[in-house]
Write a protein that binds this ligand. Structure first.
Ligand code: AP5
Ligand code: MG
Ligand code: ZN
Length: 220
């Protein structure tokens, strides 16, 4: 099973991908997380991606496609099921994904659009933080750790905030989303793959809606 989570910055893609990974055993493949790891490691891709990400732009399609294709070829467990979080993000990437999957005789099962209005996104992103050890995502208001200062998932006590979460960069990311990524909605709708969930609902409710989509695909 291969599912794409599609939505603007702050829509909750990472949060729901984490749930799906935990509850359904699907492997979460987030190009944003992989690029942030590349930046942290100081690799060549990371050095090039750093400035692009901090201004809220997209890295070139070839770079994004290469990291996904590599992971699909080598990744342990990807045969069982995959969630793509943050990829594809342009029509060019979607076309490249179609080619990569066709070569591997695999198919896309659904594209889940998480609908959230722009006004809510800035508040979500500016309150976001995550566990430095395992990456679990939290929010100052909407999703605090159950025990203050302690990660629910791994028990870690150190948290980080992203370099591209400033109010200014968030606006740039939103503009890029509407220009480059929103055209994927008609692209996948035309193929009958698009399913839409209300991303404005609270986190548990969104998870239920996504579970219902998976159940309708024959997996719960
Ligand atoms: P990426 O890391 O993918 O960032 P993004 O798409 O901007 O999305 P976010 O991660 O900011 O949001 P999210 O939807 O995951 O929301 P989250 O669950 O964290 O990409 C970063 C950059 O990398 C890009 O700008 C680009 O430069 C580059 N890049 C990545 N992929 C690329 C590609 N394919 N091609 C080219 N460039 C690429 O939730 C946000 C906050 O809200 C959290 O605090 C969470 O706790 C809270 N929250 C979640 N759900 C809810 C809810 N229902 N109600 C209330 N609060 C909620
Ligand atoms: Mg994310
Ligand atoms: Zn953790």
């Amino acid at each position: 099973m291969i599912i794409i989570l599609l939505g603007p910055p702050g829509a909750g893609k990472g949060t729901q991908a984490e749930n799906l990974q935990r509850n359904h055993g699907l492997v979460n493949l987030s190009t944003g997380d992989m690029l942030r790891a590349a930046v942290a490691s100081g690799s060549e891709i990371g050095r090039k991606a750093k400035a692009v990400m901090e201004r809220g732009d997209l890295v070139p399609d070839e770079v994004a496609v290469a990291i996904v294709a590599e992971r699909l070829a080598a990744g342990p467990g990807t045969a069982k099921g995959l969630i793509l979080d943050g990829f594809p993000r342009t029509v060019g990437q979607a076309e490249a994904l179609d080619r990569v999957l066709a070569e591997k005789h695999r198919k896309l099962d659904a594209v889940i659009e998480m609908q959230v209005v722009d006004e809510a996104l800035v508040a979500r992103i500016s309150g976001r933080f995550s566990c430095a050890k395992c990456g679990a995502a939290y929010h100052d208001t909407f999703n605090r750790p159950k025990v203050e200062g302690k990660c629910d998932v791994c028990g870690g006590g150190e948290f980080t905030r992203r370099a591209d979460d400033s109010a200014e960069t968030v606006k740039a990311r939103l503009t890029v989303y509407h220009r480059e990524t929103a055209p994927l909605l008609p692209y996948y709708r035309a193929r009958g793959l698009l399913r839409t969930v209300d991303g404005m609902a609270e986190i548990g409710q969104v998870a239920k809606e996504i579970d219902a989509v998976l159940a309708s695909l024959g997996r719960s």
